[in-house]
Design a protein around this ligand. Sequence first.
Ligand SMILES: O=P(O)(O)O[C@H]1O[C@H](CO)[C@@H](O)[C@H]1O
Ligand SMILES: O=c1cc[nH]c(=O)[nH]1
Length: 296
Amino acid sequence: MDIIEDNKTAVFEEGKEDALHTSNGHVKLHNARLKSIQDDHLYHIALSTGSDDLRRLFGDVKVVCFGGQATRMEKFAWFIAREFDVSDTVHNFAAGTDRYAVYKAGPVLSVSHGIGIPSLSIVFQEIVKLIYYAGCENVTFFRIGTCGGIGLEPGTYILGRAVERPAKVDSDLIRQLHACSQNEDKFKTVLGTTLCADDFYEGQGRMDGAFCEHEEEEKLLWLREIADRGVTNMEMESLGFTALCDRANIPGAVCCVTLVDRCEGDGITNNLQLLQEWQTYPQILVARYIRNRLDL
Ligand SMILES: O=P(O)(O)O[C@H]1O[C@H](CO)[C@@H](O)[C@H]1O
Ligand SMILES: O=c1cc[nH]c(=O)[nH]1
């Protein structure tokens, strides 16, 4: 069955589980119960199907970019607005909650997710529902973030039972993104495996947290071990992000800039200007992808 319900704000579709999107590119509905909710309040992003015309506001969205900080995602929205001349202003639709930020610049949503998978997964779910309700077509998700250069078990607990969800990346998408790098770039772009930790300090082998029970040699040994297994960087959301993209049948990829070479140290520079500049690197790459994909 295709369109089940189509009112001011809601388009619900069901599709074959093996297809990425339904035949017309709408994101698939994975929870049929949503159909019976009269007014679905997307609590953490301050939008609702009852009072907001989500189709009018968000129906043209093609790419959703997530990243940790609200200000970074605001800057990214401005960057997209100016680069593609798609909007005179950017507005934080989620300002009412102060939990996350959701900016829109033309066909691009720029969303902050906070730190860690629990925080990411809440806004991710509400954004997936938003794009269902808005009837968006052929949407792609990116996480554009920061990481340390060089685990969570896959899965989560639902009703007290461990549920495994594979964290599959869309290999075509990452290849396309990688192809957006240019020889003259100030930064090097590499394809690699990302280690996703549930902590910034001990969880990433750092020795500069409030606690540390390992020695430098053990840390370096571990870094070498994971590097030998193809790990090039570590951050704190990629596992949840890719698993949720896979679960939602939305093509997704993670693109992060390294802030420190962990073989050299643990601390991150306090040069804010440099940090701001570095954070634009994945944004530049994703903007090139958006330009190619949407012919802007
Ligand atoms: O740069 P963002 O996107 O915030 O992500 C990275 O930075 C945070 C830690 O400082 C973690 O969330 C990590 O994944
Ligand atoms: O080392 C780093 C840098 C940014 N984010 C992380 O999670 N780790």
